[in-house]
Structures are given as C-alpha cells and as structure tokens.
Design a protein around this ligand. Structure first.
Ligand code: DC
Length: 232
C-alpha cells in the first residue's frame, strides 16, 4: 500500500480467518501482493467439493457420497494462488456464487472431507504464503508466525457480499444475502470438526468501519513489529 519493498522471513506463513464478508479474502490478496507471497483461498477447495456435489443432482448428500465424488475428481483438480482448475480449465468464477458457498459449508462439516483437504493445504503452504479460511490459525497452520481473525458487523458483511453478488444477479436483495450468510455462519461456527473460531494467539481486527488499506497497514505493522518483515 505504501510502496515500501519488504524483505520477508523465509517461508513466512500468515493465517487470516473470519466469516464470509469479513474482508479476509480482500486483505489476504493485498498483503500477499505487498509481500510477494502466494495467497491461498482455502474456501475454494470446499467450494470445489460443493460444486462437484451439485453436479450429481442429488437432493442431499452424506459424507460417503462426498468422499466418493472427491476420490474421482480431486486428481483432476489443481488449486493455485490464481484459483481452481478442473481438467485444466479455470473454474474459479463458477465457484464464487452464494449457492456454491452454501454447499461448501455443508460438505465442510464432514471430518473425513476436511482431513483430505488438510493435506492439500499443508503441502502447498510449506513454501510460505498468506492463507485465508475458517480454521487456518487453529488447525491448518497452528504454527503460522502471524494469525489474524477478521470480523465485521452482520449488516456490513451482508452489504459487502451483496455488492459482489448482485452484479451477476440483479434480483438479489440484501436481506436474502443476509439470511444466507447467517445460516452459513451458524453452520460454520457450530460444526464439531474445526469450527470457525479465533485461535488464541490470533489478532482480532473488526473491519466494519475500516478501509481495506487501513486493515492491511495494521497487519503489516504487526508483522514488522515481530521482525517477520523488514523494509528494504
Ligand atoms: O471463504 P468461503 O466463503 O469461500 O468458504 C466457503 C465455505 O467453505 C464456508 O462457508 C465454510 C467452508 N470453509 C471451511 O470450512 N474451512 C475453510 N478453511 C474455508 C472454507
């Protein structure tokens, strides 16, 4: 943001968790760009699984059926800082809708699905990254050198999601988005396995009234104070 160039500690891992609309994805991208680190959006992995289940047209699904589908499809998936590719085609934009978000939250409840995706996440993170999700600071990268937990008021989070989604769906109301977010938050916070929660050593930032650059500056200040990054 400042035009400063930074030297980062080798294999620096920055964990950014929070609910949908908290701004975690946007600030993760900005911090990654500032530090020259890959940014990994773990929600895309769960969205990929949810999207695959949507293709099966089944009314409801259990853990076994998701496992079966992932066994056949994961070998054809590549997850990168740039997005998700399936059979070499970029499918990231197909995964961004709120309907796929809801399916992602459903498959994310299953412990065995999380275990499979955990390995995928840890493998790629070992080189250093900014990783965003729900359980990065608590489960995926418990030893990350810096952890942030972002929140914002429900109304502000719904407004942010709505402004992203209504470009594609003009009929969508902010109340509808707020209802879907509430349902998803509840499921993500109440599941038994790796629920959405703040890691004890994560720094909480309420972004309700903050601009993106203000949040990013605060995060960079924490990293600098811990001597994890130095201006060059
Ligand atoms: O961040 P997102 O909205 O793209 O995530 C979609 C869903 O995936 C979210 O509602 C819960 C699940 N998820 C998860 O359980 N753990 C993560 N690390 C990331 C996402």
């Amino acid at each position: 943001m400042s035009g400063t160039h930074w030297k980062t500690t080798p294999s620096l891992q920055v964990a950014v968790d929070g609910p949908s609309g908290s701004g975690k994805g946007t600030v993760a991208i900005a911090v990654g760009k500032e530090l020259g680190l890959p940014v990994l959006d773990t929600g895309l992995l769960y969205r990929f699984a949810g999207w695959q289940m949507a293709q099966t047209n089944s009314e409801s699904f259990d853990e076994q059926s998701v496992l079966k589908v992932l066994k056949n499809t994961l070998p054809h998936m590549q997850w990168r800082a740039t997005g998700v590719f399936f059979k070499s085609k970029d499918c990231t934009s197909l995964l961004r809708g709120e309907d796929v978000g809801g399916l992602a939250s459903q498959v994310a409840q299953f412990p065995n699905i999380r275990t499979i995706l955990l390995d995928v996440q840890r493998d790629i993170a070992s080189q250093g990254c900014v990783m965003d999700g729900r359980d990065i600071g608590t489960v995926v990268l418990p030893n990350a050198q810096a952890k942030f937990f972002l929140t914002a008021s429900q109304r502000e989070r719904a407004r942010r999601r709505w402004s992203q989604l209504h470009i594609k769906d003009r009929e969508l109301s902010i109340e509808q988005v707020a209802g879907e977010l509430r349902e998803r938050d509840e499921r993500d916070m109440q599941r038994d396995c790796a629920p959405l929660e703040r890691a004890k050593d994560a720094i909480h930032i309420d972004s309700t009234t903050m601009r993106v650059d203000e949040v990013v500056d605060r995060m960079l200040a924490v990293l600098e104070r811990r001597d994890l990054i130095q201006p060059t």
